[in-house]
Design a protein around this ligand. Structure first.
Ligand SMILES: [Zn+2]
Length: 89
């Protein structure tokens, strides 16, 4: 993913944000990208079965025309971040 994004429609700057998922109130969360086709679960009242391969969706919005472009990248490894923080402090 490039550091600075240009809108593929109008070439203006794109600003990072995220797509909010409205779950059961008051739970709010970032939408996730899930690998594979949606499958029904035999648990949880027949809701969707969640594959383990899932990534938070990072979305960018064009400041001029509103075009959205999304990326689903693996979240940073928390244990690696903890190690990096301990080495720099
Ligand atoms: Zn645009």
């Amino acid at each position: 993913m490039p550091n600075e994004l240009r809108c593929p429609k109008c070439t203006a700057d794109m600003k990072q944000g995220y797509v909010l998922e409205l779950g059961e109130a008051p739970l709010l969360s970032v939408s996730q990208w899930i690998a594979g086709p949606p499958e029904k679960s035999s648990f949880f009242g027949g809701g969707l079965k969640l594959n383990k391969e899932q990534y938070p969706i990072k979305s960018f919005r064009c400041v001029r025309c509103g075009y959205l472009e999304s990326y689903a990248l693996p979240p940073p490894n928390p244990s690696f971040k903890k190690l990096a923080d301990s080495l720099t402090n």
